[in-house]
Design a protein around this ligand. Sequence first.
Ligand SMILES: [Ca+2]
Ligand SMILES: [Ca+2]
Ligand SMILES: [Ca+2]
Ligand SMILES: [Ca+2]
Length: 395
Amino acid sequence: MKGTAQEPWVAVRLKEATMNSRRRIVLGIGSFALVVGVSAALADGPHAHNPLTIPFFSIDRTSPSIGGANNLHADDILKVPGPIQVVNNVNLGLGRPGDELDELSGSRDPAVSIPSFSLLFSVDRLSVGAVPPDPGVVSMGYPYNVQQQAVRNQAAGDLYMSTALFSLSGPLPSPRAIFNHTMVINQGDAGGVDFQLDPPNSPDDFISGAIDDLDGVGYSPGLRGTLNQAFFSLSSDSPSLKELSPVLPSGANIYFDQNTGAAGGEQLFVSAAKLGLQAADDVDAFVVFDNGNGIFEDGIDTVLFSLRRNSPTLALLGLSSADVLKSNGAFSFSLLASAAQLGLLGTDELDALELLPCADINVCINERAIFPEPATAMLIIAGVAAMRRRNPRRR
Ligand SMILES: [Ca+2]
Ligand SMILES: [Ca+2]
Ligand SMILES: [Ca+2]
Ligand SMILES: [Ca+2]
């Protein structure tokens, strides 16, 4: 970015030296236009070089954006611009007062191998992160992580990417010494790389007051801009659970809606028990790999998931609400990524999950991570340089 802003100037100066005075005036006007153009681009605010597509998403019921001009609900699936509903709650068989959509997902094909991926996740309002931003990632130009955003009271509506890569077997060797993550979508005001949620501020601002909690995200592989079918989970206290599963309602059940265009078509995809969980557990984040029939089959389909705080299985097995777990069914699951491997505390809450196929984490960071507007970036780079001068032995 800094390179592309400077290069035209070098070209202009070289040409200027060889030109007559009349052409110099014309060029002067051109240069002025260039200054204005570059300034306008620089004033564009935080952004990313190759921003992630904004996924479909959901927010929790205490979010200030609930209601509002678009009459948003905690059990709607939302999209930008807006946010507005891409799927209304009633089309998912929901819409009873108190329903809370915990997570949504498209489906990936379990037969298509993804050799390495970064985990994309969101946290809740009480999460503070385990580590400050990775100094190496900051010096690349990307200063935002959960801890840095939590101090500004604006972490809960963001999406972050792990700076470690994973396969479906667990963490892969990493070029980065520290387990961490960096922001890829802000809740508000990041040059369009945001969910248009509250607070409507850039990631540099300190905020007070109520903020939205992004508690579900999902891409819909192969379905551009629409979500014809969806996997979803509800919080344990959602009244509609008893309608969807009269015999064994559970916040850890995952449902499949084969027609999001109308009420009806919702069915159980996989039960809490089949994932190795208890009925009192609450799955609050997941990614589905289904072979396309909307029915979970042991050993064929896979679910990556996280549990909500106070789920009894967490205490039973010493696990964290920010751990990412994996099940192929057969009444069991395993640990895929620990809270620490994501740069989170064991007491943090990971409450929305997606994945980003990625072969080289530094390339993915450079493409997808949010960087500040250049004036702020210069201050941050100066700060890192000063820190390094003070601690010459670091690195
Ligand atoms: Ca959730
Ligand atoms: Ca934020
Ligand atoms: Ca439906
Ligand atoms: Ca969780």
